[in-house]
Write a protein that binds this ligand. Structure first.
Ligand code: TXA
Ligand code: MG
Length: 317
């Protein structure tokens, strides 16, 4: 079991000593280490069992820190940062050479973001280095949205979890890159496509391929819990699987009394995003053999939710 608390000085001392600390953000909890120290970064990969071809995001407290790690910031990136930082947006840009190659998995770019969480920003401001932080889950599993989720899976491997309460957004950051003059989305997340397009005009969407070298971590199984998940029309799927013990994750409507998690009774996509990863963890613990779920309305945050549901059910995107 890791210690769970709100002690920023303790977190800081551990990080300065080369240890890892789990940190809260507005999206999901991250497994953080000194991004400029290759040994700390190596520990992150090892602790998560993460393949080295999957690059990490680095976290900074404010926009003015970006220049230290990024050699060139496109004009559209500045516009997006002004609008969405601090917040759930990661930008992929050319890195400066002193950022260790291990962080970027050998790519010439890094993913960088300024998270919108008071505790973590205070911690970042107190440090002389940025924090590399992937989501604090074992590779291939759903991201954690509470300190307890982190402790359940990584508690034996890390000393401290900085507890910032449940993550208010609950789904990872949107990852964008810049190709020529175009903005391209590599991962759907907490900032919606519509919001981005209202600032920079039409964007490209390159989120699908498992072999996409721009987003090597976007594997289909990335958000998979342990149970088999079927995605489709809930009533039809329930009828077709009568003989099995079924759990249901539905958007708004309740289908059965037991083992049915409703993401948002009010039909709010914000609320659904916030509860999605907890729901996937809960069904994993239920005495059911099969989980049946459905897509949510495919706009706004719904696009990121549907992306995660498809990956969790291992549907080919
Ligand atoms: O919300 C989030 O982004 C959370 C919190 C902790 O900040 N972090 C997170 O990290 O989701 P992670 O490691 O689970 O996912 C980061 C993904 C990688 O899988 C990779 O696809 C992409 O970011 N990425 C990072 N650096 C990249 C780069 N240089 N080029 C393309 N994609 C990159
Ligand atoms: Mg992750």
């Amino acid at each position: 079991m890791a210690e769970i608390g709100k002690d920023i000085s303790h977190a800081r001392a551990l990080l300065e000593g080369g240890d890892l600390v789990a940190i809260p953000t507005e999206t999901v909890y991250g497994l953080a280490g000194n991004a400029l120290d290759p040994d700390s970064v190596a520990k992150i990969f090892e602790t998560k069992n993460r393949p080295h071809f999957d690059p990490l995001i680095i976290h900074v407290p404010d926009f003015d820190h970006v220049d230290k790690y990024v050699s060139q910031m496109p004009a559209k990136a500045i516009l997006l940062a002004q609008k969405f930082w601090p917040g759930p947006m990661t930008m992929v840009m050319k890195k400066r050479s002193h950022v260790p190659d291990l962080v970027s998995a050998g790519l010439e770019t890094i993913g960088i973001r300024c998270p919108d969480h008071d505790l973590t920003r205070e911690l970042l401001r107190s440090l002389a280095f940025p924090l590399a932080a992937p989501s604090a889950n074992p590779f291939g599993y759903v991201s954690p949205t509470t300190a307890q989720h982190v402790d359940d899976q990584l508690g034996q491997k890390i000393k401290y979890i900085l507890d910032g309460g449940p993550c208010p957004i609950g789904i990872e950051s949107t990852i964008v890159g810049f190709e020529g003059d175009n903005v391209v989305i590599y991962r759907m997340g907490g900032v919606t496509v519509e919001a981005i397009e209202s600032i920079v005009g039409r964007v490209g969407i390159h989120t699908h391929s498992t072999s996409n070298p721009k987003a090597p971590g976007q594997l289909h199984s990335h958000y998979a819990p342990g149970k088999k998940i079927l995605l489709g029309n809930i009533s039809e799927l329930v009828a077709a699987h009568r003989s099995e013990k079924i759990g249901i994750i539905s958007f708004q409507k309740r289908y059965t009394k037991d083992f049915n998690i409703v993401l948002s009774k009010a039909g709010s996509l914000q609320e659904a995003a916030k509860s999605l990863f907890s729901a996937l963890r809960e069904v994993d613990k239920m005495p059911v053999d099969l989980v049946i779920t459905e897509l949510v309305p495919d706009h706004g945050l719904g696009r990121a939710i549907n992306d995660r549901l498809k990956r969790a059910s291992q549907i080919k995107l």
